[in-house]
Design a protein around this ligand. Structure first.
Ligand SMILES: [Fe+2]
Length: 92
C-alpha cells in the first residue's frame, strides 16, 4: 500500500518468510525501503527479523509472529518496533 509516509507492506501468515515477501514487494514496487511491515511473521528466526528490519523503517509483528519475535524486535531494533493489537489504529 502506498501512503504519504511511504510503502506499507501488509503480510498475512508469512510462511515463505516476511523478509522474502518484503523483498519481493520492494522488487516489484520499485521502492528501496518500506515504511512499515505489518502482519503475521509466522514465528520467524532472528536472521529473518534482522533482514526484515534492514528493509523497513518500522516493524509491527502481529498474529502468528509470536512473543519471542516481538520481544526480539523490541530489544534489538527498538526504534523500529510498533506495538499492534486488535483494534489498533495506525495513521500515515
Ligand atoms: Fe502463521
Amino acid at each position: 500500500m502506498e501512503t504519504p509516509s511511504g510503502l506499507v507492506v501488509i503480510v498475512g501468515c508469512s510462511h515463505p518468510g516476511a523478509d522474502r515477501l518484503t523483498e519481493a514487494v520492494l522488487e516489484v514496487s520499485g521502492y528501496k525501503r518500506a515504511h512499515l511491515v505489518i502482519g503475521g511473521f509466522h514465528y520467524p528466526s532472528k536472521a529473518t527479523l534482522d533482514r526484515l528490519a534492514g528493509m523497513t523503517e518500522l516493524v509491527a509483528p502481529a498474529h502468528c509472529s509470536g512473543d519471542k519475535a516481538k520481544t526480539y524486535i523490541q530489544k534489538k531494533h527498538p526504534e523500529k518496533f510498533v506495538i499492534v493489537r486488535t483494534g489498533s489504529v495506525i495513521e500515515f
